[in-house]
Design a protein around this ligand. Structure first.
Ligand SMILES: Nc1ncnc2c1ncn2[C@@H]1O[C@H](COP(=O)(O)OP(=O)(O)O)[C@@H](O)[C@H]1O
Ligand SMILES: [Mg+2]
Length: 346
């Protein structure tokens, strides 16, 4: 019993002024108070214990949280690293896709350069002969003839210069195609750009495969004038679409040699404030299951080594992100497809 209560209890019991009945009642009350006190003490101690355990638990939780925070930090760093790696890999992929399409172009470029080169060679030979003649006429004193020959030579040199510049332009275009995009929009003759790539793609395929043939149809809207685009990038998109179109008509011709005439057409049109470029083929079209996937990177139905599956996904990015335009496809299985590039006029 609590010592203070014990003193009171002893005092009561020894006190003769309190009668037996009163003593019993007081002793009962004191014992009850003692037991209440004991319970309170016990409860207090328990609360204390709980407090201590809670504090310990709290400390543990804090330590655990700190560990988790560190783990998240590490994961974040790892994620950032992966993102950087992915970005680098993507840049490399774009570059290799460019190189692959450049490969597709080389034969076409060689063909395109051959023409101006032939002109340059022929006209320079003719000019040399003319100058030999001129020397003779000078010796004979026929100055009227000399003048005439000189005029012919001048004309020839102008032609040589013209064709030399054309070859120069083709080579520059080729270099530009493989270079990383400047990302600069410049005023471009979209009709000339489409036509250039159509010819390069066509002659490229012809040079690689003599049996390849397809009718090319063009319809350019001359009212378009110059539009502001990243010409290198849009050129690449057009080339991708044309190469895909030539591929699909060639495959169809292989399967169906009789009574099928492959046709690929390229058209441009100004519609309201949009410039629309359509590349149409009468190939085999696509079922919905394929149509849904063609803009995904790496999706290809071509045999390994022939398709990267990147052409359309890169084209999609160039048209949408690079130019705020749209790239869509309309296709009918068995009949062919039309890819539609739509660019804002400005
Ligand atoms: N003109 C088309 N006609 C039918 N299918 C096409 C046409 N163009 C693209 N495709 C389909 O889209 C796929 C992806 O094209 P693309 O991204 O250019 O990659 P790749 O040409 O390397 O396969 C092709 O493999 C083909 O299945
Ligand atoms: Mg392709």
């Amino acid at each position: 019993m609590n010592t203070q209560l014990q003193i009171i209890l002893d005092f009561i019991q020894q006190n003769e002024k309190i009668n037996a009945e009163e003593k019993e009642m007081l002793v009962k009350a004191i014992k009850k108070a003692d037991s209440d006190l004991a319970i309170s003490e016990f409860k207090l101690e328990r609360t204390d214990k709980v407090k201590r355990t809670t504090a310990i638990l709290l400390e543990e939780t804090i330590a655990e949280l700190e560990l988790k925070r560190k783990a998240i930090e590490e994961t974040n760093a790892a994620l950032q690293q992966s993102l950087d790696n992915l970005k680098a890999a993507q840049a490399q992929l774009i570059q290799s896709e460019k190189m692959a399409s450049l490969g597709e172009l080389t034969a076409g470029i060689a063909h395109e350069i051959q023409n101006p080169l032939n002109f340059v060679n022929n006209f320079s030979e003719v000019s040399k002969e003319l100058l030999d003649e001129m020397k003779e006429e000078i010796e004979n004193g026929n100055y009227d003839d000399v003048k005439e020959i000189a005029n012919d030579v001048i004309q020839n040199l102008e032609k040589i210069n013209h064709h030399g510049k054309r070859a120069d332009g083709i080579v520059k275009g080729m270099l530009q195609h493989s270079r990383t995009s400047s990302g600069q929009k410049e005023l471009t003759d979209i009709n000339a750009l489409a036509d250039e790539y159509l010819r390069l793609a066509y002659h490229g395929l012809r040079a690689k495969d003599k049996t390849f043939n397809a009718a090319m149809k063009t319809d350019y809207d001359e009212s378009i004038g110059l539009i502001k685009i990243i010409s290198q990038d849009i050129g690449r998109v057009i080339l991708n679409l044309i190469t895909n179109a030539f591929y699909v008509v060639t495959e169809k011709k292989k399967q169906q040699p009789e009574g099928y005439e492959p046709v690929v057409s390229v058209t441009t049109k100004k519609e309201n404030d949009k410039i629309i470029i359509r590349v149409t083929d009468n190939g085999s079209g696509m079922p919905d299951t394929i149509k849904e996937k063609i803009f995904q990177p790496f999706f290809t139905t071509k045999p390994t080594g022939q398709g990267t599956g990147l052409g359309l996904s890169l084209s999609y990015d160039i048209v949408t992100k690079g130019h705020g335009g749209e790239l869509k496809v309309e296709t009918k299985e068995g009949d062919g497809s039309t890819f539609i590039i739509s660019l804002p006029e400005n």
